[in-house]
Design a protein around this ligand. Structure first.
Ligand code: NAD
Ligand code: TYD
Length: 348
């Protein structure tokens, strides 16, 4: 029996990682440690919450004393750290919240792990889940490799870059066993509708404008969330101690083309006349400091660990849209209340 603490397990990616571990490893006890911020939602885990190897603990990673208590109680063998403030636009409005959770919170977890493991690191591992945004912005060509120099631009990516450096520093200074993954943009079920894809799905369903920042030529590299969860499982178990792995699916899209593809699939599924949803596309004021292009070179994880994504983008997008169409109550629940105020402020 191994005890694994997964932080941020009630969030978008975290809930898929928790499900992957709880269902695939019945001999692991999976502890989902989450503060349940606006982005955390236990509804995401309804289907597995009664399984005997799953437990939820409400805790805020900025609360060092509480985190230490939780680590003392559960004596984890592994930590998979996903808890974070994750939305770039929110980081532009309130950078401090990102420093608190993403930097201080990560250091609190590292301290707790180091203290509990007491320098006896046999069989222990801290897996830090990070983003490709730490590498900054690419021009029209080139890909991010594991050796690309860090060059974050947004408060979000600066806070994630800092957390990556702390995780590596604990490895180099104290010998803490760690692996790190830097993944491209995720999409899939349970994605909070502040990010581009679920926001557009929600707006198409409500016949609201689809806000495209700037000229829409910004480019992102998209990976289906369950494929990210499988990559995390692979690296957590097979990755080399101290190494980092870029995770992606060689799947670049300009925002405008992606939203048009989404409109096309939505129209077909909703029985709309072709072109109906595209009419909702509206170009709006650009995001300050908007990174032009992200694209991952996923050769290392493929060649060293045999990892490759299981679905194409068209398949993943279709699964995603179907999930939102079949879970409109989930969407209504997360978009009532505070979301309205956020949306108003961001897009009015
Ligand atoms: P999310 O915003 O959907 O979920 C974050 C989760 O962390 C929520 O459940 C929230 O309640 C929890 N949380 C936030 N602050 C906390 C705190 N102080 N203490 C405890 N829990 C807290 O985020 P996501 O999109 O699922 O991203 C998860 C991780 O993956 C993040 O570290 C993010 O940087 C990284 N990542 C995300 C993407 C992406 O495309 N979404 C891509 C690469 C890497
Ligand atoms: P987002 O989903 O916020 O992810 P990230 O900023 O982490 O890449 O944004 C994806 C891309 O879509 C990014 O280039 C910004 C753009 N975007 C819009 O054009 N309109 C929107 O309303 C949002 C949320 C994003």
């Amino acid at each position: 029996m191994k005890n694994i603490i997964i932080t941020g397990g009630a969030g978008f990616i975290g809930s898929h990682v928790v499900r992957e571990f709880v269902t695939k490893y019945p001999n692991y006890k999976v502890i989902n440690l989450d503060a349940l911020t606006y982005a955390g939602n236990l509804e995401n885990l309804k289907d597995i919450e009664s399984l005997p190897n799953y437990e939820f603990v409400k805790a805020d990673i900025t609360d060092a004393a509480h985190i230490f208590e939780v680590f003392q109680k559960y004596q984890p063998d592994g930590v998979i750290h996903l808890a974070a403030e994750s939305h770039v636009d929110r980081s532009i409005t309130d950078p401090t919240a990102f420093v608190m959770t993403n930097v201080i919170g990560t250091v609190n977890l590292l301290n707790a792990a180091k203290e509990i493991w007491k320098d006896n690191y046999e069989g222990k591992r801290f897996h830090h889940v990070s983003t490709d945004e730490v590498f900054g912005a690419l021009g029209d060509t080139g890909l991010f490799t594991e050796d690309t120099k860090y060059d974050p631009h947004s408060p979000y990516s600066a806070s994630k870059a800092s957390s990556d450096h702390f995780v590596r520093a604990y490895h180099d200074t104290y010998g803490l066993p760690m692996v790190l993954t830097n993944c491209s943009n995720n999409y899939g079920p349970n994605h909070f509708p502040e990010k581009l894809i679920p926001l557009c799905i929600h707006n198409i369903l409500n016949k609201k404008p689809l806000p495209i920042y700037g000229d829409g030529k910004y480019t992102r590299d998209w990976l289906f969330v369950i494929d990210h969860a499988k990559a995390i499982d692979n690296v957590f178990h097979n990755g080399k101690n101290g190494d980092s792995y870029n995770v992606g699916g060689f799947n670049e899209w300009q925002n405008i083309d992606l939203v048009k593809e989404l409109c096309k699939q939505m129209d077909a599924k909703l029985g709309n006349t072709a072109g109906t949803s595209e009419q909702l596309i509206t170009f709006v004021k650009d995001r300050p400091g908007h990174d032009l292009r992200y694209a991952i070179d996923a050769t290392k994880i493929n060649e060293e660990l045999g990892y490759e994504p299981s679905v194409t983008f068209e398949q993943g997008l279709s699964i995603t849209i179907d999930w939102y169409l079949n879970n409109q109550e989930w969407l209504n629940n997360v978009t009532s209340g505070d979301y309205q105020g956020y949306y108003e402020k961001q897009y009015s």
